[in-house]
Ligand binder design. Structure first.
Ligand code: UTP
Length: 317
């Protein structure tokens, strides 16, 4: 039997371990959000009362991963501080149990490790720094500017699929065909397999970076979640600078695919929040605020009034 099974339906009976570590590459310069991100990492921008990064770490822990490596860069070490203990603050909050619990939760969420990407030479280059922490075991990669709705999780199905195939597992979401030029787009073959009748599993036959609507092989865009086998590190070492002069993770995965490593993806049909640029960030804040138990009702009422008012440029009542 080969090291990898191309059949995603095969059970994990091969005894392959499920990934137990997550890597969050967050060393990028976040140019789409300047000047806000000149001194504040985009991963720390707040969505209501928690930074984006906390939602991402919570997504990992919800999937059973409690070991998280943050790849940081110059000026971004405050991301690690968010998960550190603050005894002084805890002391001051002794009589405010709800706030104290919220602060302590950030400290107890996961074991957070960090390493630094000294130069921003691309996502593949950043992931390469995880090798000494991860070793040759499979691991999850969660990009630091998008997350999914907790009640519609994606990562558990990806981890399960990777344990079955031993290969690369990606996630896709459907985009308007007119917008393919903003994303990495996949060509796929159906496998007929599904998770819980909800998430479709496809075999990936190729990836194209930002194709025009005419050139795009599908409308399936790459979402910022990957579950990768440890041998990706060797492929990253062999990856030449590609698009934008950067060492691309996509190119390293393509090396593996050409060497016979199976590449599958889950087509995610849940809610994805993209906080990497102002419009997506605003949409995320509004959606999450509107759904909050504590302030959702009041916020929705205010929002409806605002949208219907002269002040918003909308219809006046
Ligand atoms: P992006 O392409 O979104 O780049 O990187 P960016 O710097 O974050 O943002 P823009 O495009 O300039 O606005 C995808 C992910 O890869 C990380 C980023 O932090 C982000 O999570 N990354 C990218 C690195 O960690 N290092 C790099 O050299 C490049």
């Amino acid at each position: 039997m080969s090291e990898h099974s191309a059949n995603p339906s095969a059970t994990a009976a091969a005894g392959r371990p499920r990934a137990v570590k997550a890597v969050i590459p967050a060393a990028g310069l976040a140019t789409r959000f300047l000047p806000a991100t000149k001194a504040v990492p985009k991963e720390l921008l707040p969505v209501v009362d928690r930074p984006v990064l906390q939602y991402i770490v919570e997504e990992a822990t919800q999937a059973g991963i409690s070991d998280v490596l943050l790849i940081t860069g110059r000026g971004k070490t405050s991301m690690v501080d968010h998960f550190d203990r603050r005894p002084d603050l805890e002391e001051r909050l002794a009589k405010k149990p709800e706030l104290l619990a919220a602060v302590k939760r950030t400290e107890e969420l996961a074991a957070i490790y960090t390493c630094r990407q000294p130069e921003q030479l691309g996502l593949g280059h950043a992931v390469g720094f995880a090798e000494s922490h991860v070793g040759d075991a499979p691991f999850a990669v969660l990009l630091g500017d998008e997350f999914v709705k907790p009640s519609e999780p994606l990562l558990p199905a990806m981890l399960e699929l990777q344990a079955r195939t031993g290969g690369v597992v990606l996630a896709f979401f459907e985009v308007d065909p007119a917008e393919t030029s903003r994303y990495g787009i996949a060509s796929v073959e159906s496998t007929g397999d599904e998770f819980a009748g909800l998430a479709e599993v496809v075999k990936v036959t190729g990836l194209v970076e930002k194709p025009s609507a005419e050139e795009a092989p599908s409308n399936l865009a790459v979402l910022g979640r990957y579950v990768l086998p440890g041998r990706v590190f060797d492929a990253i070492r062999r990856t030449e600078p590609g698009s934008g002069g950067e060492i691309q993770l996509t190119d390293a995965m393509e090396i593996l695919r050409n060497e016979g490593v199976p590449v599958h993806a889950i087509v995610y049909r849940g809610t994805r929040y993209d906080t990497g640029m102002p419009l997506g960030y605003l949409q995320t804040v509004v959606q999450i605020a509107a759904e909050r138990d504590d302030l959702g009702a009041e916020f929705r009422k205010w929002l409806a009034d605002f949208v219907n008012s002269d002040a918003s440029g909308g219809p006046s009542t």
